[in-house]
Structure formats: structure tokens, C-alpha cells
Design a protein around this ligand. Structure first.
Ligand code: SAH
Length: 464
């Protein structure tokens, strides 16, 4: 298994400083699974290549282990010595650790400088094919060259193997490049030579925190990195979300303003929060979640009600939470009051233990902001995991849109809405929720009710 890193940025031999490995020498390191050699097949002003060659000892790895376990032949005869796998990640961190963490003793400024770099891996098993290879590297700014190998040269009809020689090129710091390889190589391979536990989760968060959150394939990467250990996977995603500023689209502010203007004539917002508040009060709840609390309009109404001993607002948008903090004047509340109210940054599409054990939850004008897979995830996170005794959900009634003359036909009330449901659609959804999670539901109209099209907002009160 060979990793070659090349730069043509003069003086190219600076690569030696960055890697903390002298271009003139062969260096060998003992690792638990064999040896790692570092050498430079070429090193001059204009082009320099450093190679990390892993010499994995499959027999040594089996020696001393319990022979009765597993398939013995497969433990001696396998692809591990020849392919890039989690062994490569271990070698990168042990042999090139300083370079990966961005330290450069002799030329500190070099470590922070993006350079044109190419990394070639011979060979990488890609479970998921060339498309998956591109889906993972291209969003990180690399161009990808992949050379596939046939399963057997003598039998072309058998097609290609999962093995590729892969070259990625990009202008980046060496530290970033090594970090990307460290995390992604085991993801392609989808096999791990060590037990995957909490330590792996911490590694993934430490190495991936800066870039993984924005990666479109972060779900897949996390799931495979943690080897399909779902508990760990969920925790990782929810913690990645904490570093993620899920930016509202730039026009979110104006879109909100538009929606408000549209609805102002009936001050629908107030009526909605009033209706939710009434349902929560009537339920006798003492602890309440406001899920997708936005700028805290409902929270402001909950706060004066002494019945609610514990009030928690949750939102994925940091900006909204900051506005809520200001709006509620949290820093100026007397300590007894401030203790009752907490704002949490989190996403409702992941299980979050902080949200368990509450009497009630409000989900006001949130579901229509989620596309179908996310909505399915929210359903489980709220009704299966957080599982409050009462959940109040509101969403626009699409039928009512004809009543607003300023809203062009077929258009949603808010630019970020993924759907707006008719009453029948909302009730079909609610029915499914009740069946799946053992709740019962009743429906209440919010706002002026029209005989034909109903009220502008529909509300479902779920209880078990
Ligand atoms: N409930 C508030 C805000 C509704 S706007 C009110 O009635 O005024 C929708 C809110 O849901 C936004 O603040 C948005 O940031 C939040 N949101 C959208 N997706 C979310 C998610 N996955 N997790 C948590 N909050 C989310």
C-alpha cells in the first residue's frame, strides 16, 4: 500500500520540512501491524514526491490471537497488506502526525499556506464505486482521477473490482489533505481493523469538525466511519450540528417579513401563539419544549405563566437563538426567572437526550420547513425519543391561501416552505404519527374560519 504526495510548487523540496522527513533519507517506523517507510523517489526544486509505504504483516497480526475465532484462512489471506485502509490512517497519524496537525518546526508559516498538492493512493478499495469517490472528494475542492482495476484480467466479462488507483489534486494545506485522507480512506474501505467505540467518535469529531459539517455526504461519512454503530452515529451527527451554523438562506429575513405582512391583517402570529399557549396550559404541563423556537415569540408568552417551571427553546439557527436571547432579555431577568428558561442549539432531526422527560412540546410553524426525509427524522426524534405527553403542532392550511389576494396562486407563504398542506393532508400525516407512536390527536382551527377553506393555520394536539 503506497501513498504518494507530490507538489510542483517551487521550492518543491519544502515538502520535506512540512512532513518533518528529510528528502535525502529513507526512514522506517515500527507500527503495531507492520512497518511504515517514508522515502522520496524525486526531490528537486520543481517537483518533489514523498511516499509512505506500508508493509503490513498479516501473519504477525494473527500470531498470539485466539485461533479458534473467526475464519482463520481469511485472517491470513486478505487484501489488507495491499490496500489503503484504516491502517493507513493509523500510519498517517503516527508517522506524519505533526504534519497532519499543521505543525512545522522549521517553517511555521508553510504549514498554513495552501499549496498545489496531489495525493495518489495505490490502491484504494472503494465500496460504492467511482461515483462515491467523487461525491466525497469533490465537495472538498479536489479533482479526482480514478483508475479502476478489473476483477481478473483474464476474465474481462467479470467486470471491475472495487479497487482503484486514485489521485486527488487541489490547492490546500498539507494538514487539510492529510486530515481528509485520515477520515475518508476508512470510509471508502468500510472495514476497520480495530473496535469502533467512543474513541473513534471523538477522533471523527476532532478531525472532521471543521469541514465535515458542511459536507453534503456527512451522513454517509459518519455512518461508515463509525462502522454503522447507530448510537455513535447519531451522537456524532448531533454534535456536528452543534458546530454547524445552519445558515438561514440570505433572504430568510425578508421572506419572514413578507409572511408577516401577509398574515398581519388577522395578526395570525399572535392568535397562533395564543392558541398554542392555551392548549399547553390546559394540559397541566409543568415542563415545556418550544421546538424550532425561532426568535422566541412563543417563549415570551410562556415565561409569565408560573405553571411552567421549566421552559426550553430549541433551534438550529444560532442567529435566531441570539435574537431570542435579546428579545427575552435573558441577561436581565432575575436569576429565579432566568433559571426557568433555557435556549438550546440543536437540530430536531436527531435524537437529543436533552429533550427527554418533558411534559409538553410545541412545534409551531416548523414542519413545513423540512423536506420529507428530514421530516421523517423529526417525527422519530420528537414522538419516539423525546416523547412528551402532549405535542402541539401547527402548520399553514394551504386551502386558505386563496383568501390572500396578494399571494399569487400556487405560491407558498414563505420562501423556505417545502410544502403547505391541505387539512386532509395534515390529518393524514397526523393519523400516521398516532399509529406509529401511539398518540391520539384532535384538530383545532386557528384564525378566522372560512366555511369552505377553513382557517389559515391548522393545529393538531397530540396526546398519549
Ligand atoms: N416557532 C417559531 C419559529 C417558526 S420558523 C414561531 O412560531 O415563531 C421555523 C423555525 O424552525 C426557524 O427558527 C428554524 O430555524 C427552525 N428549524 C428549521 N429546521 C430545524 C431543525 N431541523 N431543527 C431545529 N430547528 C429548526
Amino acid at each position: 500500500m503506497l501513498l504518494s504526495i507530490t507538489t510542483e510548487h517551487p521550492p518543491a523540496t519544502d515538502l520535506g520540512y512540512l512532513l518533518h522527513k528529510h528528502p535525502g533519507r529513507l526512514q522506517t517506523f515500527d507500527l503495531s501491524f507492520g512497518k511504515a517507510h517514508v522515502f522520496y523517489p524525486e526531490a528537486d526544486e520543481n517537483r518533489c514526491t514523498a511516499c509512505l509505504l506500508l508493509d503490513i504483516d498479516p501473519v504477525g497480526m494473527v500470531r498470539g490471537k485466539n485461533r479458534s475465532q473467526g475464519d482463520l484462512l481469511a485472517r491470513y489471506v486478505n487484501d489488507r497488506p495491499y490496500v489503503a485502509s484504516s491502517f493507513l490512517s493509523v500510519a498517517i497519524s503516527q508517522v506524519l502526525g505533526a504534519a497532519m496537525s499543521g505543525r512545522c518546526k522549521d517553517r511555521p508559516e508553510l504549514a498554513d499556506t495552501p499549496l498545489p498538492l496531489a495525493a495518489r493512493i495505490d490502491v484504494l478499495p472503494v465500496r460504492g464505486g467511482e461515483r462515491f469517490l467523487r461525491q466525497l472528494f469533490e465537495p472538498l475542492g479536489y479533482t479526482v482521477e480514478a483508475e479502476a482495476y478489473p476483477l481478473d484480467e483474464k476474465f474481462p466479462a467479470w467486470g471491475n473490482s472495487p479497487y482503484f488507483s486514485v489521485t486527488i489534486r487541489g490547492v490546500t494545506t498539507l494538514s487539510q489533505l492529510l486530515t481528509h485522507l485520515y477520515v475518508l480512506v476508512p470510509v471508502f474501505d468500510n472495514e476497520k481493523h480495530y473496535f469502533v467505540g467512543e474513541a473513534e467518535l471523538e477522533k471523527l469529531l476532532a478531525k472532521g469538525g471543521g469541514w465535515l459539517t458542511a459536507h453534503p455526504e456527512k451522513d454517509q461519512i459518519t455512518r461508515r466511519y463509525l462502522k454503522h454503530r447507530y448510537g455513535l452515529y447519531r451522537e456524532a451527527l448531533s454534535r456536528l450540528i452543534e458546530v454547524e451554523e445552519l445558515q438561514a438562506p440570505p433572504d430568510e429575513q425578508t421572506a419572514s417579513a413578507e409572511e408577516e405582512t401577509l398574515e398581519r391583517s388577522v395578526s395570525l402570529n399572535d392568535q397562533r401563539h395564543g392558541a398554542v399557549l392555551a392548549a399547553l396550559k390546559a394540559s397541566g404541563a409543568r415542563s415545556v419544549l418550544d421546538l424550532g423556537c425561532g426568535e422566541g415569540k412563543l417563549l415570551r408568552q410562556l415565561l409569565p405563566e408560573n405553571q411552567f417551571e421549566q421552559i426550553v427553546g430549541v433551534d438550529v439557527s444560532i442567529r435566531s437563538l441570539e435574537m431570542a436571547q435579546k428579545r427575552l432579555k435573558l441577561d436581565r431577568l432575575p436569576p429565579r426567572q432566568a433559571e426557568r428558561l433555557k435556549l438550546l442549539h440543536g437540530s430536531l432531526i436527531y435524537r437529543d437526550r436533552r429533550l427527554e422527560g418533558f411534559d409538553a412540546a410545541a412545534v409551531v410553524e416548523v414542519i413545513e420547513h423540512l423536506d420529507p426525509p428530514r421530516l421523517t427524522a423529526l417525527e422519530r426524534a420528537v414522538f419516539e425519543f423525546a416523547r412528551p405527553k402532549i405535542v402541539v403542532v401547527t402548520t399553514p392550511n394551504q386551502e386558505y391561501n386563496v383568501m390572500w389576494e396578494s399571494l399569487p396562486a400556487g405560491q407558498f407563504r414563505h420562501a423556505d416552505h417545502r410544502f403547505e398542506w391541505t387539512r386532509a393532508q395534515f390529518q393524514a400525516w397526523a393519523g400516521r404519527i398516532c399509529q406509529a407512536f401511539g398518540y391520539t390527536v384532535r384538530y383545532l382551527p386557528v384564525g378566522p374560519e372560512d366555511e369552505k377553506v377553513g382557517s389559515p393555520t391548522q393545529m393538531g394536539v397530540f396526546e398519549f
